[in-house]
Design a protein around this ligand. Structure first.
Ligand SMILES: [Zn+2]
Length: 185
């Protein structure tokens, strides 16, 4: 049975993380080319307008780490399904994206993640949060990574086993349950 069109499977309400009122969430099941079945959730708070969205694999894979060594330009086109509980690490760039209480899940590419990082650096630099030279250096480094001029390691840490990277180079490393740190506040 295939799901060529997104099919609504669930509807529920959660507390809006911004204003505390009710946020209606709708979930859709979608059979995505190359990825397989994914569940896409999205909601908008009618009170404050806050938008939330998440994506996860319909089939849970267990806690794992997915590692891609980016060495050539085509490697950055790998599709990334990052559910809201997954972290992204790029040690060579000093990048660590960890999930927060209001974090979103999304489907993008490795390049898309790098572009997002560039945006964040730009924002911090405009706000004057970092010295100018550091800004330029960091942006230069991320640009080089984007063009695969410097090799780097893209790591998706997925404690729920609901994220994935579509790439021949993706290495999957199961996470030891004991190592799984999920300190909820
Ligand atoms: Zn709200």
């Amino acid at each position: 049975m295939s799901e060529k069109k997104p099919r609504k499977i669930l509807e529920y309400s959660v507390e809006c993380p911004v204003c505390g009122r009710r946020l209606k969430v709708e979930e859709y099941l979608y059979d995505m080319p190359l990825v397989g079945k994914v569940i896409i959730s999205s909601g908008k708070c009618e009170n404050c307008g806050y938008k939330w969205s998440d994506v996860r694999l319909a089939e849970v894979k267990g806690p794992r780490k997915i590692v891609v060594e980016v060495e050539e330009p085509n490697d950055v086109n790998a599709l990334v399904v990052r559910s809201s509980t997954a972290s992204i690490l790029i040690p060579e760039l000093g990048v660590e994206i960890t999930p927060g209480p209001a974090s979103l899940g999304y489907i993008t590419t490795i390049e898309g993640v790098l572009l997002d990082i560039l945006d964040k650096i730009d924002f911090l630099c405009r706000e004057g949060e970092a010295p100018r030279e550091t800004c330029e250096e960091k942006k230069d480094l991320v640009e080089k990574a984007r063009n695969a001029e410097i090799p780097f390691t893209f790591i998706l840490v997925d404690p729920e086993g609901t994220s994935t990277i579509v790439s021949d180079k993706a290495k999957i490393i199961p996470l030891d349950e004991k190592e799984e740190r999920r300190e909820e506040k």
